[in-house]
Design a protein around this ligand. Structure first.
Ligand SMILES: *Cc1c(COP(=O)(O)O)cnc(C)c1O
Length: 241
């Protein structure tokens, strides 16, 4: 890319960001909430490391990725050129726990006990404190990732027992075919139940490009936006595995 293309891309992202910030402010105002209580996570999967650097220069320093290989390459590529916090938001296999614990600041997709143990061991080994969210499967279809609502308390307990993990809250994706508000209300209830066990675990990560308004209305403290900020995903050649 030449200098003009780089500047154009940055301007394009700046423009989407202004529009997103406006929509977030409007959704917050409608819900009687403060915009600073909703954190924007830019999901950069399938976009190049240079977009992460642009986002950081525009003040978006929370970056989400859903595949370990792509995320670890990108984190290495970004290196010290931008100060960002990496959020892992995808399905995570235990054998990737060590890799993820090396660069991620938060894993939003913790959904089973064996993954808790693997991440806890990996974070301890790396001498890092890893923040985690419990991913909740609102329709109980755990094949698509997430723990059932009933499994949340037990999972929370095992996270609390890991010295290198810090339990911060819950995350969900609205199930296909559901009214987003129904899904996010259910997540808010799950969050309330979790806080009766772990009062500090008050983050609610909910809402993507098409449903973040509803998520904000239902109390989301983090929204995860990809296409709305960066456009249609192009594959930029990060290996899939
Ligand atoms: C890709 C992804 C997002 C962002 O999706 P968009 O629809 O592009 O905003 C959010 N959360 C998760 C878990 C994702 O995998």
């Amino acid at each position: 890319m030449n200098t003009n293309e780089v500047a154009d891309r940055r301007e394009q992202i700046a423009r989407s960001l202004r529009s997103v910030n406006g929509e977030v402010a409007a959704a917050c105002s409608a819900a009687n909430r403060k915009p600073e209580d909703v954190r924007l996570i830019a999901v950069t999967k399938n976009f190049p490391a240079s977009d992460v650097v642009h986002l950081a220069s525009l003040g978006v320093s929370d970056i989400g990725e859903n595949r370990d290989q792509e995320a670890s390459s990108k984190a290495a590529e970004v290196g010290l050129s931008a100060q960002v916090r990496w959020h892992f938001v995808g399905t995570l296999q235990r054998n990737k726990a060590k890799s993820v614990a090396a660069y991620a600041d938060m894993v939003q997709s913790v959904d089973r006990g064996r993954l808790v143990t693997a991440l806890g061991t990996a974070a301890r080994g790396a001498d890092r404190l890893l923040e985690v969210l419990i991913q909740v499967s609102l329709d109980g279809d755990v094949e698509r990732g997430g723990a059932t609502v009933e499994d949340v308390p037990g999972l929370a307990q095992s996270i609390l027992e890991e010295s290198a993990l810090s339990l911060r809250g819950v995350m969900a994706v609205a199930p296909l075919g559901w009214e987003p508000a129904r899904a996010f209300d259910m997540l808010a209830e799950t969050s309330e139940q979790l806080r009766s066990i772990a009062p500090q675990a008050n983050e609610i990560s909910a809402g993507m490009s098409t449903d973040f308004h509803e998520a904000i209305a239902c109390g989301a403290t983090m929204i995860r936006l990809g296409s709305k900020l960066l456009g249609h995903r192009r594959n930029v050649g990060y290996p899939v595995r």
